[in-house]
Design a protein around this ligand. Structure first.
Ligand code: MN
Length: 250
């Protein structure tokens, strides 16, 4: 099996290293990751600036490239420039959660979604620990389990999986649940500070507010010590609204 490993925290992130270590056990690995942190970039792509790929020795003998673009760019360059046709794409392990509407902001998931666009079975994986020193050992065991699971029971290639892993020792993780995206929103606060030139700047801090008490959501599972696996749809069409207007022809 050929496995493409990407992330959004950048090529030096410990979470990427943790994921590469597990991927190696399952086949040939190639890494294409941003050369700097790209969290919160969503599905951005670079169209007005050149893209560069630098060979990296970050993982010893494993072929790796640092990319000057976004996570989605990384996948595009891996397939379009390096000619990769991976059997599996793993993105992460992200330092921090990506449940509910985070899908829209997440660079980790954009790489997985881009993989799904290309017909590659893809997993975006996040650990609920923002720390750079986060312990990824339990998450690695879960990823190992998940790769075996998706090999035994594959999802359609156009269905990327949003995996979130609670910040718990492996012995306290209760299991793996298929979930739906919890309804909710981020309530943002903006801290205003003054830069050295006397101009104000703003630092955005957000907290997630759930609007969903459902027992089958990603949030519900994570709060109770389960790994959440949410299969995603690429088609965002609100099909139930397609009859909202009568046909307007002229
Ligand atoms: Mn990130």
């Amino acid at each position: 099996m050929r496995i493409l490993v990407c992330n959004d925290d950048g090529i030096t992130a410990p979470g990427l290293r943790a994921l590469v270590e597990v991927a190696q056990e399952f086949g040939e690995v190639i890494v294409v990751a941003p050369d700097k942190p790209q969290s919160g970039m969503g599905h951005a792509i670079s169209i007005g600036v050149p893209l560069r790929l630098y060979p990296s020795r970050e993982f010893g003998d494993i072929p790796a490239w640092a990319c000057s673009g976004t996570p989605a760019d990384c996948v595009k360059l891996a397939t379009g420039v390096l000619g990769e046709k991976p059997d599996l794409l793993l993105s992460g392990i992200n330092h921090g959660a990506n449940f509910s509407i985070s899908v829209f902001y997440s660079g980790t998931l954009s790489a997985a979604i881009e993989g799904a666009f290309e017909g590659i079975p893809s997993l975006g994986i996040s650990l609920l620990d923002y720390s750079r020193e986060a312990d990824f050992t339990a998450a690695q065991a879960i990823v190992r389990e998940l790769i075996l699971l998706v090999q035994a029971h594959p999802f359609p290639a156009h269905v990327p999986l949003n995996v979130n892993i609670p910040k718990l020792p492996l012995s306290e993780i209760k299991g793996i649940r298929l979930t739906r995206q919890a309804k909710g929103r981020f309530v943002e606060q903006f801290e205003e500070r003054i830069d050295p030139y006397g101009q104000p700047y703003y630092w955005m801090v957000g907290r997630f507010e759930s609007q969903d008490a459902g027992p089958d959501t990603d949030l519900w599972a994570l709060e109770r010590g389960y790994v959440s696996v949410c299969p995603l749809k690429i088609d965002l069409t609100a099909y139930e609204q397609l009859n909202h207007w009568a046909v307007l022809e002229r």
